[in-house]
Every structure is written in C-alpha cells, then in structure tokens.
Design a protein around this ligand. Structure first.
Ligand SMILES: CC(=O)[C@@H](O)[C@H](O)COP(=O)(O)O
Ligand SMILES: NCC(=O)COP(=O)(O)O
Length: 237
C-alpha cells in the first residue's frame, strides 16, 4: 500500500486570502490525519504566499503521522528543517518566482551540493527525498547523492493521462524499477488526482508514498459543496 500524504498548501492559500485564521491550517492537518491520511506535506516557499515558516513550526507537534517538508534547500529552509526534524525532507529545485514546482533536479550537475545537504539532514535523523523527472540517468544520479528516496515529478504523466495517453506511464514504471533495484525508495507527486491515482499506483512498483494537494482540495470542494448548500438552506428556512 502506498501512503497518502496530504499537501495542505492550498488551505494556507485560502487562509491568507482573508488575512485571518480561517481555515486553520493546524486543525486541517489534524483532521486529515483523523480521516486516515498517513502523512502531511507542506511546501513553504520563500515568499510565504501560502505555508508560512511559522506554520511549519506550529505543525511540528500536531503531525503524528509522517511529516514531509518540501522545498528548495536555501539556508533558511535548511535551518528550519534541522530545527523541526520532520520525518522526511523533500528537496525541490524551485526557482524563487516559480508559480509551482516545474522541474526535477539535475542530479548529475548538482551532485556535490546534494551530497552535502543530504548528508547533513541524514546526520540529523531526517529521511531524505529528492524531486526528479522520470529519467533513468537522473535516478542513477540520485543514487549517487546518498538520498533515501526520490519523488517522481508526475505533472507530465497527469497531463498526458488526461488526454488519454496511457503510455505516459512508461518512464515512471522504468524509473521505479531501477530505483527498486538500487534500493532507493519511490515517492511521487504533482497533479495526482482521483482520476489518475489508481492507474499510477497499479503501474509503479513499490510506490511508497504520494503527496497530493491541489486536486485533493479541489475535489473536496466539489464533493462537499452539495452537503454544505443543503446545510445553509436548512438554516434559512
Ligand atoms: C514538489 C511538488 O510538486 C509540490 O510540492 C508542489 O510544488 C506544491 O507546491 P505549490 O502548492 O506551491 O504548487
Ligand atoms: N509533492 C507533490 C505535492 O506535495 C502536491 O502536489 P499537488 O498535488 O499540489 O500538485
């Protein structure tokens, strides 16, 4: 069984749009765990447009499942992760102004940097994962960094699958097979959804964890809206 880690960035986006504390990010994290999620993921960005660094600290004692913090390992991020000591840190090579993550690491070009940062996290007992495109060379490069796991960047799969192209799964299957052979754990994320997750899971051997946020929160709105409209109508009678 692959674990589901719920990315709660979007809850912080909604909260920040009004400047208050609704919805409350910590309560949401507690609820998703109560409902069965096996992990909570956050991806604080340098501009703190959704998850703030303070949220990462506030969640530390409330996430009793797997706490996964994703981000670009700039100094401020590294210091925060070392202080919080989550279950897992996922390194993502985001440019400062990226709207969302849009590429995996070049694990060959950035090998020395990754080796150093990963060693520091592992010395502190934090499991490491690095975000990579589904490319066999990048998987071999990831192995050489000493990371425990890789997170396969699934945007291309999600897009192609939505167009009906099931062959788009092939590089992911191959990368997972190679990772398994190399004893690298396999996580995955980005644009996974109720539409594509079952097919993805069935075709990616030994998938350990998926982190899902954007679609999961959108689907929750759609699937919950009928109930909430009825509750308002009842109160307005
Ligand atoms: C690495 C990855 O794919 C996710 O963490 C994604 O980037 C979520 O970040 P946003 O919520 O800022 O889009
Ligand atoms: N690591 C991927 C993640 O946390 C969530 O990505 P998305 O579901 O918001 O696209």
């Amino acid at each position: 069984m692959a674990k589901l880690s719920v990315n709660i960035n979007k809850i912080a986006t909604l909260r920040n749009s009004r400047g208050g504390d609704t919805p409350n990010v910590v309560n949401f994290a507690k609820d998703v765990q109560r409902f069965g999620a096996q992990g909570v993921t956050i991806h604080p960005r340098p501009d703190e447009r959704h998850i703030r660094y303070q949220d990462a600290y506030d969640l530390k004692h409330e996430v009793y499942t797997e706490y996964n913090i994703e981000g670009n390992p700039i100094v401020k991020f590294i210091d925060m992760v070392l202080e919080i000591k989550p279950t897992q840190v996922t390194l993502v090579p985001d440019s400062i102004d990226a709207i969302t993550s849009n590429a995996g690491w070049n694990t060959i070009k950035h090998k020395d940097f990754l080796v150093e940062v990963i060693a520091e996290f592992k010395r502190n007992g934090i499991r490491t994962s690095i975000f990579v495109d589904p490319d066999l060379k990048q998987i071999e490069g990831a192995k050489a960094t000493g990371t425990d796991r890789i997170e396969l960047y699934t945007e291309a799969f999600a897009h192609q699958y939505s167009l009906g192209n099931k062959n788009a799964i092939k590089p992911y299957t191959e990368c997972a097979e190679l990772s398994n052979k190399l004893n690298l754990g396999v996580n995955a994320g980005h644009d996974l959804s109720l539409n594509n997750i079952q097919f993805f899971k069935q075709n990616v051997p030994e998938l350990l964890e998926v982190s899902i946020g954007h679609a999961l929160v959108s689907e929750s709105l759609y699937l919950g809206v009928e109930n909430v409209i009825q509750m308002y109508l009842n109160k307005l009678q």
